[in-house]
Design a protein around this ligand. Structure first.
Ligand code: PNS
Length: 172
């Protein structure tokens, strides 16, 4: 598909705690398919995130500098209600492995029940990113492993700072 689907608004929802190279790949490919992609961060402090929503927004903004037709927003409550409010017809989700599919399918069907006409489009993760998750990146870096290339360089720096400050606080 060379021309983006004119007028179709797609939402790419997630926690993005923090954004990974796999997320960036989905956003880049999505931005070539749809005229507008809204990257929407779920506001859910119950998940005990490493980064606050404003911090995650800032990292997304800095990582997405060169992308056209991509916006960053936050939402609370039901994704289906947010999609309706934004006039979006598509939810974009990346699928890394078949194990992701069961949960993603459930979510897609529930969202379509809550908002008939809302379609979920799954993009298979690029092979080189298919093993990356925000959770695993945080675990690897907190245990001293190398995460170079798995997240944008500016995110790697923030992760190092955040983990170092956690370690300072817990060792005092
Ligand atoms: O990055 P994540 O954590 O996999 O993203 C999950 C997300 C934000 C897409 C999902 O939890 C969500 O849409 N939550 C909003 C609440 C909602 O609409 N729930 C019902 C549909 S399953």
């Amino acid at each position: 598909m060379t021309q983006p689907q004119s007028g179709v608004v797609a939402i790419y929802p997630g926690s993005f705690d923090p954004i990974t190279s796999g997320h960036l790949d989905v956003i880049e490919r999505g931005s070539r398919m749809f005229s507008r992609v809204i990257v929407a961060i779920l506001q859910n402090e119950a998940k005990q995130p490493l980064f606050s929503v404003p911090e995650r927004m800032e990292m997304l903004r800095e990582s997405l500098g060169g992308f056209t037709g991509v916006e960053i927003d936050t939402f609370q409550g039901l994704l289906a209600d947010y999609a309706r409010a934004k006039g979006a017809g598509v939810i974009l989700r990346g699928i890394r492995a078949i194990s992701d599919y069961e949960y993603e399918l459930q979510m897609a069907l529930m969202n379509r029940r809550l908002h008939p006409g809302l379609e979920t489009i799954f993009l298979p993760a690029a092979e080189s990113f298919s093993f990356i998750s925000s959770r695993m990146v945080k675990e690897v870096i907190s245990l001293g492993g190398n995460i170079s290339g798995l997240v944008p360089p500016l995110v790697e720096d923030r992760l190092k700072q955040r983990i170092a400050s956690y370690k300072r606080h817990t060792s005092t």
